[in-house]
Design a protein around this ligand. Structure first.
Ligand code: PSU
Ligand code: MN
Length: 310
């Protein structure tokens, strides 16, 4: 009988055992969100950034039906380069395991697996959310409902502007997901610094985020996710005019080509990357690296608090 437990990379297992800081990373951005061959280079750079900021990276994915927390370089290469890597949300994990698939985990699946593994901090680019035609299509990312029930801090640059940002914020409120602006009271729009909506709460440091996480755990009242929304500085964002034009064209293509379901997000990201001649890709990479650095500092602050508490 094959068993279906989680497999840990050696370094991640050791760090978790010793209470050292660990940051979970997703694999869908690698296999479906970034174009080849940049994706593998970027995946390695994300891990290096986590290390440079004092934490151990744990990239999560599925290899031959095995759920791995802390992919090694060969496994990362396989998910970045192989054809037929599935995009796995939470509902797909068991099927993919039982059928021996290779798969990349979304924000939803990565959060759920990371929390089950005892990892408290996760860095990604942008969350999934409510799609623009959701009133007709009901297309809302499983990221939202999963975060409502998953105790983890997720560092992101808001939600991708390809989504309905206002509706996504409303759903996050309904679902009880805590949203903290990192040094801002405006919710970021991924490629662009300002997504157009205000936030109730803002924090100024990794230590403050760690304090929020400690308070949440101490209260024992609510166990949903804490989003840390980390905007790009305005001089590093995608030119907003180029952004708006590309988005309009991408959405038109999407409906002309009849693309739906889980293909929507990868299609729009790929459209952005080719239509902007790589400008959006460079911005996307900046976003992920900045989020990885902040997540590592939050994990370090958390571990320091836990150490100080004895
Ligand atoms: N953000 C990015 N690139 C991505 C994604 C998010 O910058 O590729 C992925 C994440 O894995 C997220 C998923 O969970 O897109 C959302 O897909 P959907 O809308 O199908 O739930
Ligand atoms: Mn969807």
């Amino acid at each position: 009988m094959k068993d279906f437990h989680i497999r840990y990379g050696a370094e991640v297992a050791e760090a978790l055992r010793d209470g050292r800081p660990v940051v979970a990373l997703e694999s869908t951005i690698v296999s479906h969100g970034l174009p080849r061959p940049d994706n593998l280079r970027v995946a390695r750079e994300i891990e290096r950034t986590v290390r440079d900021n004092g934490a151990v990276p744990a990239t999560i994915g599925m290899i031959g039906g095995e759920l791995v927390v802390g992919l090694d370089d060969a496994q990362l290469t396989r998910l970045a380069s192989a054809d037929g890597v599935s995009k796995l949300s939470v509902r797909d994990l068991a099927v993919a395991a039982a059928t021996g698939a290779d798969g990349a985990t979304t924000v939803a699946a990565t959060s759920a697996v990371a929390a089950a593994a005892g990892i408290g901090v996760f860095a990604t680019g942008g969350l999934g959310g409510v799609h623009r035609e959701a009133a007709q299509t009901f297309d809302e990312s499983a990221d939202l409902v999963t975060l409502a029930r998953t105790p983890i801090a997720v560092v992101c640059a808001g939600v991708k502007s390809i989504l309905d940002v206002g509706a996504t914020l409303e759903r996050l409120e309904t679902l009880g997901v805590t949203v903290l602006g990192y040094r801002t009271r405006r919710f970021p729009g991924f490629f662009i610094t300002d997504g157009g909506f205000d936030l109730d709460w803002s924090v100024d440091s990794a230590e403050q985020v760690a304090a929020v996480l400690a308070a949440r755990a101490g209260q024992g009242v609510h166990s949903g996710a804490v989003l840390v929304a980390n905007p790009l500085p305005t001089d590093e964002q995608l030119d907003p005019r180029l952004h708006d034009r590309t988005l309009a064209e991408g959405l038109a293509r999407l409906s002309a080509e009849g693309i739906t379901g889980k293909a929507v997000t990868p299609f729009l990201l790929a459209y952005f990357h080719s239509a902007t001649g790589g400008a959006s890709l460079a911005v996307n990479v900046r976003i992920i690296l900045r989020n990885a650095a902040l997540a590592a500092r939050i994990a370090v602050a958390r571990a320091a608090r836990a150490g100080a508490a004895g």
